[in-house]
Design a protein around this ligand. Structure first.
Ligand code: ZN
Ligand code: ZN
Ligand code: FE
Length: 755
């Protein structure tokens, strides 16, 4: 009997052919295996039972980095082959094979690295077909060594031997190398290269000695230092990051359990091959690591370098934060790193980083994974859709947390984290990432470029330019509609009542939206509910200084003199001085330089400020995140009214009533309980509106997207309310619910472009 088998998925560059060779031999089958453009082709001949057992192994024992999406088998009654061979790839024009992401070093490589006398002992670039860098080193397809940044390192005889031996686990492991032939590390003090025998050991010593050391890795660079408050403050000073939390890397799970509470799901994520940063609930306080938050982001070592570094020290954990100026992309070249003055010393290597890839960040929210950042370990793996995409779309996201998306056929490829596109350097990174993603997905002609509706986002302007250059349609997509479309795409549904709750996005009516309830189907949406519209005195300044939001929200409730008294009494430090307070009140009175918003984030910010919890936002989401930190210590025991106005065309949640209740409760109750109660009221209000809308429009499913979906208390309250009313509740686990997932929704909605 002969079986012709065709396998599609992530099957190239992951040790698939040697695996096939092995299981074919085990079953004494004859034939061949080879890579073809869009997968792997296998032909096996032998007894029926042998072929069956071969297919079983194929399905259950495939290599860790591979992912089988489809297996097709055709049987014939012929046998002609004399042995089993791996044969040369069939050249084909367009490859649909998917590039695997970077994953952590495998146990077998790690064993070699730690074994004295092994030729790879202490060698930080040790890799095999099961592990290590992929996406970060790829320049072009097909995935062959000459198309990676390893092209500058010709293999030595030993490495070549392994590379060509079909039963070696380094058979066609494109990045394979050793201390003789591969890249190496150097230690710098400032821009001066130091003459040291063992740069990694020296770096470990410097870390122990309270120095800040830059560590250039596989896809990016970390700044590392000890977890002592004075050094961490120094790092904050250099990075100009006043309060934004830092991630840490702990040597093992036991150490993590000393620092934070972890449940089974979190442990599974921490230990997974993808090794993301997992945001955990603090047990031990390292104040400077994540000031006034109840959480801390931790990861385990993932590259050989990390393991070697920990082997030279007894430190349980280090700060391990991306080496970047705020808002700018991570530094990835030797020159930039050593010239940056961010670190005292720099441990750098001589292999180019082709695709900059930040660490992924995940938090378990409401019992489910939520990507805060989807990058290393996950990119460029696509999100599989349940429908055929007709047009190839390039979607550019919004402004912050940008990740782009290319959709074609039944797949959406979300890019790595690009970041804050208000910065010129980030735009340069974005342009490079667009070029690379177009190349790696072999997507051919772009039919549509999708951008946010906001006219002055840099991504919008870049998209306008690109659509001309690529001769593609331009499609402008409303921000919250994109959030909900992203939620729908990953959940594979075509109608929903969606709660889009976040900071701010450009609305259809020129105001800023951010607390919306939509009915969304067939690529269209209807805005059936929202939070009440509130003034933002000073526009963007009201985002940065949330006391301004308090003034705005309470303006319609109190006379000006009374309000001024309240602000002076409750929020004196929220304003620079009395003059500023007067100016804000004047702006409100004359409606001058006042934006209008239904944002949920701004209401949470206002509550945070009013509770004297946070007066300035120094990083995205800070006041609301600190409110969550405060609320996690309390119970929603304070009475806060949930008033929904049903008289107009849209259901509107009265947010002034919520903020006013916070003000009135302030003297008698404790801040933690008020914080919890305010969050609870916002959640219940949004849930109630969405339930009414679902009943009215006879839709079974209610879901939530947007940055507020990271707030555990809010999303779990909404889920509970929705499920208790008999509806199904959906959230996002594959794409980020924040703006990092926006481009997925844009790409789907742009299918409806006219031409
Ligand atoms: Zn390995
Ligand atoms: Zn070698
Ligand atoms: Fe958003």
């Amino acid at each position: 009997m002969r079986a012709k088998i065709f396998v599609q998925g992530i099957v190239q560059g992951v040790g698939f052919r040697p695996f096939i060779y092995r299981i074919a031999k085990q079953n004494s089958l004859k034939g061949f295996v080879r890579n073809v453009g869009n997968g792997v082709e296998i032909l096996v001949e032998g007894g029926d039972d042998k072929i069956e057992s071969f297919l079983r192994s194929l399905k259950t024992e495939a290599p860790p980095l591979s992912r089988i999406d489809e297996i097709k088998v055709n049987y014939e009654k012929v046998e002609r082959y004399k042995d089993f061979q791996i044969v040369k790839s069939k050249k084909s024009g367009i490859s649909e094979s998917i590039i695997p992401p970077d994953v952590c070093i495998c146990d077998r490589c790690l064993k070699e690295v730690s074994r004295k006398g092994d030729r790879r002992h202490d060698y930080p670039f040790t890799v095999c077909v099961d592990c290590g860098a992929r996406f970060t080193i790829i320049k072009d397809l097909p995935y062959d060594r000459e198309n990676t940044t390893m092209d500058e390192f010709p293999m030595c005889k030993d490495c070549q031997g392994e590379y060509e031996n079909p039963i070696d686990r380094r058979y066609h492991a494109e990045p394979t190398c050793c201390p003789i032939c591969g890249p190496r590390y150097y230690l710098f003090k400032g821009e001066k290269k130091l003459n040291v025998k063992n740069p990694i050991k020296e770096a470990a010593n410097l870390l122990e000695d309270y120095k800040i050391v830059a560590l250039m890795g596989l896809g990016g660079t970390h700044l590392a230092c000890k977890l002592r408050d004075d050094i961490v403050s120094e790092l904050r000073r250099r990075l100009r990051r006043l309060e934004q939390p830092f991630a840490i890397m702990a040597r093992d799970i036991k150490t993590i359990k000393d620092i934070a509470h972890i449940n089974e799901k979190e442990e599974y994520l921490l230990r997974s091959l993808r090794r993301p940063i997992v945001v955990l609930r603090k047990k031990k306080e390292y104040y400077q690591v994540s000031p006034r938050l109840d959480s801390i982001g931790i990861m385990l070592p993932y590259s050989a370098l990390h393991h070697i570094l920990f082997s030279y020290t007894d430190e349980p954990a280090f700060i391990m934060t991306s080496a970047n100026i705020p808002g700018e992309p991570m530094l990835i070249t030797q020159e930039e790193i050593t010239a940056s003055n961010l670190s005292d010393y720099s441990l750098v290597h001589n292999r180019r980083i082709e695709n900059r890839t930040d660490d992924s960040v995940i938090r378990i929210v409401d019992g489910r994974e939520a990507f805060i950042r989807r990058s290393r370990g996950y990119v460029p793996e696509p999100i599989e859709l349940n429908f055929e995409i007709e047009k190839t779309v390039l979607a550019l996201g919004a402004e912050l947390n940008v990740a782009i998306c290319i959709s074609k056929n039944k797949r959406a490829f979300l890019s790595q984290y690009i970041g804050n596109t208000t910065k010129v350097r980030t735009i340069e990174f974005l342009e490079g990432a667009i070029k690379n993603l177009i190349g790696l997905t072999r997507c051919g002609k772009i039919d549509v470029v999708a951008v946010d509706l906001h006219p002055t986002y840099n991504t919008t302007m870049l998209g306008e330019e690109l659509s001309e250059k690529l001769d593609a349609d331009l499609m402008r997509i409303q921000h919250h509609h994109a959030h909900i479309a992203s939620l729908m795409a990953e959940n594979r549904i075509d109608e929903i009542v969606g709660i889009a709750s976040d900071g701010i996005g450009y609305g259809l009516d020129g105001t800023f939206w951010g607390g919306e309830v939509f009915v969304s189907k067939n690529g269209e949406f209807e805005r059936l509910g929202s939070l009440d519209i509130q003034p933002m005195p000073g526009g963007d300044l009201a985002t940065r200084f949330p006391a301004r939001m308090v003034a705005g929200v309470l303006y319609k409730r109190y006379e000006e003199e009374e309000l001024k008294g309240i602000l002076s009494r409750e929020l004196n430090d929220g304003f620079k001085n009395e003059k500023e307070m007067d100016l804000v009140l004047k702006q409100l009175e004359r409606n001058f330089n006042v934006a209008q918003t239904t944002s949920t984030g701004r209401i949470l910010d206002a509550v945070s400020a009013l509770l004297n919890n946070c007066y300035e936002r120094t990083y995205e989401g800070e006041p609301a995140m600190k409110l969550e930190g405060l609320a996690s210590e309390g119970e929603p025991s304070v009475d806060i009214p949930i008033k929904i106005d049903k008289s107009s065309k849209r259901y509107i949640l009265d947010t002034t009533a919520i903020v006013d209740a916070v003000l009135l409760a302030k003297d008698e109750d404790n801040r933690e309980d008020i914080a919890a109660s305010a969050q609870n009221a916002v959640a219940k209000g949004l849930a109630e509106i969405s339930i009414i809308c679902a009943k009215k429009s006879r839709i079974e499913k209610i879901g939530m997207s947007g940055g507020v979906a990271y707030n555990d208390a809010i999303i779990s309250t909404i889920r509970r309310e929705v499920e208790e009313s008999g509806f199904t509740f959906l959230s996002q686990t594959k794409a980020p619910p924040g703006d990092g997932g926006i481009s997925l929704g844009q790409a789907i909605l742009a299918q409806r472009s006219k031409s």
